[in-house]
Write a new protein. Structure first.
Length: 142
């Protein structure tokens, strides 16, 4: 997935304009880069932890010439996946969400369920809390 496709998913999931979704994603990337540049770990629950690892100096072989060379020590970014992310990848299901049934009306009538409360009433994709519809199904403002 490319950045533009990720922005499209943010637009649909959060009900934001494309410009605001792009700004939100850029702000997240700046926060991750800033944390790592300051040697600070950044933990995002359900996703994982971004941190800086120290690589030791080591010997390597230049594949073109076959000569031994020394590789200097370096600080490198490292990502450790959260347990929930590992489980969603290993079971192949990813993020689960209710299937939408457009023929019989709203799919999310039960607003007492906190998971469904944050889903679009038409298609079932996640939306911002308190909003009943995603950006595609939002009724026009008079």
């Amino acid at each position: 997935m490319r950045k533009a496709e990720l922005i499209d998913r943010i637009v649909k999931g959060a009900g934001l304009s494309r410009k605001k979704a792009a700004l939100a994603l850029d702000a997240l990337l700046v926060a991750v880069r800033g944390s790592l540049a300051g040697n600070e770990a950044l933990r995002i629950p359900g996703l994982g932890t971004f941190k800086v690892a120290q690589r030791k100096a080591r010997k390597g072989i230049n594949p073109r010439t076959g000569r031994t060379m020394s590789i200097p020590a370096a600080r490198v970014p490292k990502f450790v996946a959260a347990k929930t992310l590992k489980e969603s990848v290993s079971d192949g299901k990813g993020v689960s969400r209710p299937e939408a049934d457009h023929s019989s009306g709203p799919a999310c009538d039960d607003i007492s369920d906190p998971i469904r409360r944050a889903m679009c009433k038409v298609c079932g994709i996640p939306v911002l809390s308190g909003l009943p519809f995603c950006s595609e199904h939002q009724p026009p403002v008079p």
